[in-house]
Design a protein around this ligand. Structure first.
Ligand SMILES: O=c1ccn([C@H]2C[C@H](O)[C@@H](CO)O2)c(=O)[nH]1
Length: 142
């Protein structure tokens, strides 16, 4: 298993949170994802006046990685500037499951420099993944 530079992910997630567009919730989030080749992609939450069109930082970071051609992703870091360490929301857990492995580490950090780590399979047990579709339709995400 590759060594993960958690400090670099934390710095990237924190920088991303500074760009968050969160006028409605006042809850800025920054996320950094690590690709298999060591590159880091970041995203922030982008809210919307309709509320429902809001996109979380996790999904924006994953979209940036996919846009750059990276579909094999290794780790996630979520930053929120509050003491309580924040895991990804349910919708983002599903999107994470598309591009990560069950034992991939999902981490959260805060402005105090604290971190908490979870395995994806703990946050989303028995995830519905592309394998289920591939089993009947021969669909591949690669
Ligand atoms: O894991 C999460 C949870 C929430 N948010 C955003 C959505 C919304 O803009 C704000 C409050 O829910 O935080 C994220 O970006 N990631």
């Amino acid at each position: 298993m590759k060594t993960i530079n958690w400090a670099a992910l934390e710095a990237a997630a924190k920088d991303a949170a500074a760009q968050a567009y969160a006028p409605y919730s006042q809850f800025p989030v920054g996320v950094a994802v690590l690709a298999e080749n060591g590159h880091i992609f970041a995203g922030c939450n982008v809210e919307n006046a309709s509320y429902g069109a809001t996109v979380c930082a996790e999904r924006n970071a994953i979209a940036a990685a996919v846009l750059a051609g990276h579909r094999k992703l290794l780790a996630v870091m979520v930053y929120t500037p509050q003491e309580k360490l924040t895991p990804p929301c349910g919708m983002c857990r599903q999107v994470i499951a598309e591009f990560f492995q069950p034992d991939s580490l999902i981490a959260s950090c805060n402005h105090l420099g604290q971190q908490q780590h979870w395995e994806l399979q703990y946050l989303l047990p028995d995830a519905f993944t592309p394998n289920y579709l591939a089993a009947s339709n021969k669909i591949s995400k690669d």
